[in-house]
Design a protein around this ligand. Sequence first.
Ligand code: PMT
Length: 405
Amino acid sequence: MSHLSGKRVLLGVTGGIAAYKSAILIRYLREAGADVHVVMTASARAFIGTLTLQALSGHPVHEDLMDPAQEAAMGHIQLARWADLVLVAPATANFMARLAHGLADDLLSALCLATTAPIALAPAMNREMWRNPVTQQNKALLESRGMLFWGPGEGAQACGESGPGRLLEAEQLARRVQDWFAPGDLRGVGVLLTAGPTREPLDPVRFLGNRSSGKMGYALATALAEAGAEVCLVSGPVSLDCPAGISRVMVETAMEMYDAVMERVVDCALFVAAAAVADYRPASVSAQKLKKKEHEVEISLVPNPDILAEVAALPHPPFTVGFAAETERLEEYAETKRRAKGIDMIAANLVDAPEGGFERDENALTLLWEGGHERFPLAPKSLLAPQLAARIAEHFHAKVTAEDS
Ligand code: PMT
C-alpha cells in the first residue's frame, strides 16, 4: 500500500504560469493513493483550465466562495475540515501577502483561515518579487505561524530571468507530500552502504582482519530497503546471504572497498559506512607463503584511504552516516570522529561490551549529529536497524528540504 493511501490533500492553485505543474502534481498524488480536491483562485483559471484539473483530480474543482451550488455540495468549512494537508502550489506573492494578513475574500484564503490542517506553500514568482523584503517578511510571518515552505527552487524563470522563485517540480512536491506524511519513507532514494570487515593480505594464506561479522550493516541495509530505498551493499568477506531486493558487491580489501564505493557513489543520495575497514595494510604482499622465522618479524604497514572521509569531502557529497567502534569514552570519541570526517551522523557502539558490538546478534548504539544525539538501548540488531533507519531518514529528508528551500 502506498504511503498516501487514504490521505486527503487539498490543493490550492493560485495564478501564475507555473500553474501547469499542478496538473502533473495531481496525477502523482493520485497515483500515490491520495484523494485530491482542488481549489482554484480566479487568476489561476486564466492560466489553466478548470476541466483539466477536474478530470485529473476526479472531483469538481472548487472555485467560488459565494456560489450557492458549491456551498450546498461541499462548503468551504467542510472542505477546510476534510483536508489532512492543504498545499498551495503555486503560491504567488499576492497570495502569501493576503494569507499573512488574514484576508478571506475568496474561497482559498477563507479555507486557509478556517482549516486546522497543516498548510504548505510552494511559492512561484519572479526572483525580485521573491527577494523583496515585503515577501520575505510575509514568509517569516507565515513560518512563525507554523506554515511550511516547500521551495522555491532556483533557475530559469518564465520572465526570462534566472534566480530563486521557480516552483519546485511536480515530482519534488509529490515527494514532499509523501515525506510529510511518512518521514521514514526512503522510496526511490539511492543508498550505498558498506558492511563487514576487510582483509589485508600478508601472503597467499594470511591476512590482517577484524572481528566484524557484517550483521549490523546487513540489518541496516535490510531496514533501509524496507523503507523503500534502492540499496547497494558493498560487503567485505562475511558468511551472510545477500538480503532480498538489495544489490551486493563483494570485496576483500580496503582498497577494493574504496574502489567499489567511489565507482558507485555518484548514484547515491545517502552513504552509510558500517564496515570495519582496516586503517592500514601491509606495505608489501608476499607472492609465496612466508616461511616461519626463528627471530622476531616486523611488518611494515601503510595507511588505507579513509573511504567515509573521502566520500564526505566530495564536491557534492551524499548525506553521510558513519559508525564509530570504540572501547572507551564512546560519545566523546565518536563526536570527534564525526567532526574530523565531516559527516552528517555517526552511530557509536562499544565493541568490547560483552553483550553487543562485533559478532553478536545484539547491539546498543548512540546516534550523534550536529547539536543532538539519541541513545538506542541494547536490542537485537534486526530490531535496532529499523529504528536507526527511521532516524537517518528523518535527518536525511530534513537536510534535503533545507537545501531545496
Ligand atoms: O559487523 P558486526 O559484527 O555486526 O559489528 C558491527 C560493527 C561493530 C562492525 C559496526 O557496528 C561498526 O561499528 N562499524 C564501524 C567499525 C569501524 O571501523 O569503526 P571506526 O571507528 O574504525 O571507523 C569510523 C568510520 O569510518 C566507520 O564508519 C568506518 O566504516 C569508516 N572508515 C574507517 C576507516 C577507513 N579506512 N575507511 C572508512 O570508511
